[in-house]
Write a protein that binds this ligand. Structure first.
Ligand code: PDD
Length: 285
């Protein structure tokens, strides 16, 4: 069975799926995206992801390409046509195709919409969840609107590659004051020696992760103590536990930050509990 992609109104064979060379996403990274988990063939937290998608579009003044119910049908149909049971669905919307010019194209230029879906090896992700991952810290050299889920991800790409070259799975960005903002593709969390969860407030310095938002509910429901405040690299080194959150990995324990072993090198009980409770608080559609 070949993979299928949705590209500007058509379902086509993934291997042949293509956009125009003057797509503004291709030329200027002038677009936004969303990644939604698929679990048991259903979308996880579609409503929240679509709300964030609309916000990203409106912040960049890109029109919504179709009605939200129609977009929902395309998402589900792409998942169905690819027979994804456990995996991800990816949506990308750019400002469309127009002769290359930095200013916006003429009003009425249709935005370009691409949707893909892929299966993930859930057992493999669960194994990493069991073992934990290593992260490295790097200077945050991104622009000031990383709250917008834009496809302009060059600093994230370079940070992830540096992490891999250092044998790590994720990079944590550090702001000028020595405080961690977030991961290259995830939000960052620690548990202090006093057992308090700490994560950075969702201002303009981080993406307001949907997994992060749901986890705040899980934390409240389980009576755990949370501080939404920036934390330093030194606090991360001294943390009792650490973890990252994202749609692709839910809660992923961190067992090393740079050269500092966290929690004796094993995923901590709070991270593991939150991981096991996470899907009990998500919406499925
Ligand atoms: N990444 N911060 C950044 C920079 C991210 O790229 C992501 C998600 C998150 C977590 O957001 P959410 O919980 O909504 O997935 C935080 C996606 C999965 C990606 O780029 O593949």
């Amino acid at each position: 069975m070949s993979r299928i992609a949705y590209v500007n109104g058509r379902y086509c064979v993934h291997a042949d799926a293509a956009v125009h060379v003057e797509d503004r996403g291709y030329q200027f990274a002038d677009g936004i995206y969303e990644v939604c988990e698929v679990s048991e063939g259903r979308l996880v937290d579609e409503r929240r992801h679509m709300e964030r998608l609309k916000r990203s579009l409106s912040e960049l003044r890109i029109p919504v390409p179709m009605s939200m119910p129609a977009l929902s049908i395309v998402l589900h149909e792409t998942v169905r046509r690819n027979r994804v049971i456990e995996g991800l669905v990816y949506v990308q919307i750019t400002r469309g195709v127009a002769p290359r010019d930095h200013g916006f194209p003429p009003a009425g230029t249709p935005p370009a919409l691409v949707v893909t879906a892929k299966s993930l090896d859930r057992a493999r992700i669960d194994r990493t969840g069991h073992d934990g991952i290593t992260v490295v810290t790097l200077p945050d050299n991104r622009w000031e609107r990383v709250d917008i889920k834009s496809v302009a991800l060059l600093p994230n790409v370079l940070a992830k590659q540096t992490a891999r070259e250092r044998g790590a799975r994720e990079a944590w960005f550090v702001d000028r004051d020595g405080r961690i903002t977030e991961g290259a593709s995830s939000n960052a969390w620690i548990v202090t020696a006093a057992g308090e969860l700490v994560t950075r407030p969702a201002d303009h310095a981080i993406l307001r992760g949907i997994t992060r938002t749901v986890l705040l509910e899980v934390i409240a429901a389980h009576g755990l103590t949370l501080q939404e405040r920036p934390f330093t690299v030194a606090e991360a080194y001294a943390a009792r536990e650490a973890f990252v959150t994202s749609a692709s990995q839910s809660v992923q324990p961190v067992v090393r930050v740079d050269d500092h072993v966290i929690g004796g090198g094993k995923p901590g009980p709070i991270a593991l509990t939150l991981r096991s409770k996470f899907h009990g608080h998500t919406e499925f559609s």
